[in-house]
Write a protein that binds this ligand. Structure first.
Ligand code: ATP
Ligand code: MG
Length: 366
């Protein structure tokens, strides 16, 4: 999977710019606030997923522009495809592939990318939201139905939360509560199957990478943690649905009292252990970084196994955050696919990777 060329119009701080990437390592350098991350964001959007920075497409449109677009030639499964994304205020994003209109989710599998940013280094120690984001961003790219399932879940969740917050002032709202709970349980059941299978694969891929990384000393284990009444995450969706309903019923009163949604997959997590103990509680900073790196590199391997090609790897400012040993480990593992690396200094990284170097200044790329 490779992005050969990308053209941006009215996208973030790019008025009109185009760039031709090399097939291997591309180093994108420049001072702060020039447009480096914006460029990676444009590439990431070609996967059909939400931006990694915002849920709102309107924020992608350049200030003072009526619309914004990203046009790219992508090499996927040996074919060259042209993907165009058009962002207009107040409207859904328009997606075309080779001129034919498509949905965002149909880009799943066509173009895949794995992003690695300094935030990911805190994946282990942060709250569960970061680990859910990891699952969701990956599955959205691999499974065409997942993004809309997630959007449905979020909508139902917002509606249910509103009822739970406001029912005391407006008791009539309660008549719709069970309907939203039921919808959430149905979505949850399907999401659990996707997430469980993803985490199983992530665990299998991350463990040997981490073992390698720690010189054979440490064992990294991941397991999926969801609603406690679900006994088998691979069971048919109907069975999982019934188990979630049971959990919801047991917590109905508690949800009304708390004024919040207490049960559902919005609380899911990935439990991570290093050497048999909880990494979140006990891992040192260095161990947590190593585990986070292993998980990110594992994500890249899963995409490769799934689509037959390495995803485009986007390393946003991450190398400067790593010590020399970890930098070397990452750089030795990124072969075989296209990589875009952003950094504030070019000399060192470009020399070590032999990559093509671009300089970004005020939304212009040289
Ligand atoms: P750093 O090295 O600090 O990470 P960067 O080169 O990655 O910097 P970007 O995050 O790409 O910087 O942002 C560049 C600039 O784009 C910022 O100054 C930001 O204000 C601007 N920007 C963000 N969104 C828009 C938008 N919709 N329209 C115009 N400019 C925008
Ligand atoms: Mg940046």
């Amino acid at each position: 999977m490779k992005v050969q060329r990308i053209a941006l119009s009215g996208f973030r701080n790019y008025e009109e710019e185009a760039v031709q990437f090399g097939p291997d390592v591309n180093v994108i350098c420049g001072p702060n606030a020039q447009g480096k991350t914006n460029l990676l964001e444009a590439v990431y959007l070609l996967t059909g997923a939400h931006s990694f920075r915002t849920r709102f497409d309107r924020e992608l449109i350049g200030f003072g522009c009526g619309w914004g677009s990203v046009l790219a030639d992508v090499e996927s499964a040996g074919r060259s495809q042209t993907i165009k994304l058009l962002f207009r205020p107040g409207q859904r994003r328009q997606v075309t592939v080779n001129g034919a209109k498509k949905t965002s989710s149909s880009l799943a599998g066509l173009m895949t990318a794995v992003l690695f940013s300094p935030d990911d280094l805190y994946l282990i120690k942060e709250g569960a939201a970061a680990r859910r984001r990891l699952m969701d961003n990956a599955i959205c790219q691999l499974r065409p139905g997942y993004a809309s399932l997630l959007a449905d879940y979020n909508k139902l969740y917002d509606n249910k939360t509103r009822i739970l917050k406001d029912w005391r002032e407006k008791p009539s709202l309660l008549s719709a509560l069970d309907e939203f709970s039921d919808g959430l349980a149905r979505c949850s059941a399907r999401m659990i199957r996707y997430r469980a299978s993803f985490v199983e694969r992530l665990a299998a891929a991350a463990s040997p990478i981490h073992r390698d990384f720690s010189g054979g000393k440490e064992q990294l284990q991941l397991s999926y943690d969801t609603v406690s009444t679900v006994t088998d995450t691979k069971a048919p969706a109907e069975e999982i649905y019934r188990q979630i309903l049971a959990h919801q019923q047991a917590h109905r009163q508690a949800e009304l009292d708390a004024g919040a949604c207490l049960t559902g997959v919005h609380k899911d997590d990935i439990l991570i252990t290093v050497g048999g103990v909880s990494a979140r509680s006990f891992a040192s900073q260095g161990q947590a970084r190593t585990a986070a790196l292993s998980i990110k590199l594992a994500e890249r391997e899963i995409f490769k196994a799934e689509t037959g090609e390495y995803p485009v790897l986007l390393l946003d400012d991450v190398l400067s955050e790593l010590d020399a040993v970890r930098q070397e480990f990452v750089l030795n593992r990124i072969g075989g696919g296209q990589t875009l690396i952003t950094c504030c200094e070019d000399e060192n990284i470009s020399r070590r990777t032999g990559g093509k170097v671009f300089t970004v200044r005020e939304g212009r790329i040289k």
